[in-house]
Design a protein around this ligand. Sequence first.
Ligand SMILES: Cc1ncc(COP(=O)(O)O)c(C=O)c1O
Length: 349
Amino acid sequence: MNEIEKLIRPELRNLKPYSSARHESNQQDLILLDANENPFGELNRYPDPYHTQLKSALANLKGLATNQVFLGNGSDEVIDLCFRLFCTPKQDSVMVFTPTYGMYEVLAQINDISVIREPLINNQLIDIKSAKASIERYKPKLLFICSPNNPTGSSIPIRDIEALLDFYSGVLVIDEAYIDFSKEESALSQLSKRKNLIVCQTLSKAYGLAGIRLGIAYASPMIVQWLNKIKPPYNISTINAQAAFNRLAQKQDVQNEINLILQEKAHLENELKKLECITYVYPSQANFLLIETPKAEKLHAFLLSNNIRVRDRSSLIKNSLRISIGSPQENKQLLKTLKSYEKESIIYR
Ligand SMILES: Cc1ncc(COP(=O)(O)O)c(C=O)c1O
């Protein structure tokens, strides 16, 4: 048994996965009477369970092999499958670096896995020494690193990821949902030398396809093979795979949108810093800005009463709001509303 197989939940090691009819033979032009489908219509057939065409487009884009690509129904499904593959309920633990994306804890709870929380230094950086000590003590099966991090927007430097990988023998899952907005190098560069690394990305953010639910895990062929064994057979629909494939071909359009969002972020950040009602703007490598304000609940309600919804993150960082970068028009409206809030706050102070 190799090192990765030792990390798989023992009760899964002998799993005989569901074998889907569509995957048993590649022969074309068959009369298909094997899957109880309706013979009429355009979407009457089950999809390719492995979406080879889409995976090879993603592999080309990232300079990887097709067997290093796994697809999930959003990266939330990918993360859930990581729990199911590696963690035995009531027994294993995972480590997260707080404050961070809430789904790691939600999925841990659903899968009955305990969570070790390591606070980020100044809400931004991993304390490597402390993380190492906790890893030694609790031996978590998985480490979740969100980079750029939601909700702070900070990136974890690649040298810190390397430092952890040098030391850690469990599986490190790095969630790069916002990587396309970041200046920091992706951990994909580590994949060729690390068997225990899973890099999660998504088409929900920079690629503008949150509606289709397409998440990706890039990992060693061994991990991809195991994720394939435990996934629901048809977790990606034909329509969604096609939409994703088409979007990947629009490389320049995607890049233009990213550039515009980054330009808008820089402008918004500048303007927010000028406002008295905003006491801190977190430096962000993502497509959102986290701000601190003396009365977050009040500002949140004011924005909502002016038809603008932002995310109150005060449960994670006191008096903080997370603001996504919208269109130029939406950002202008936001700034206008914030200025009117400031005026009102001064009048009623
Ligand atoms: C850090 C992070 N990971 C994953 C997700 C979920 O991505 P998906 O839409 O691919 O499920 C989000 C969504 O907000 C996120 O912020």
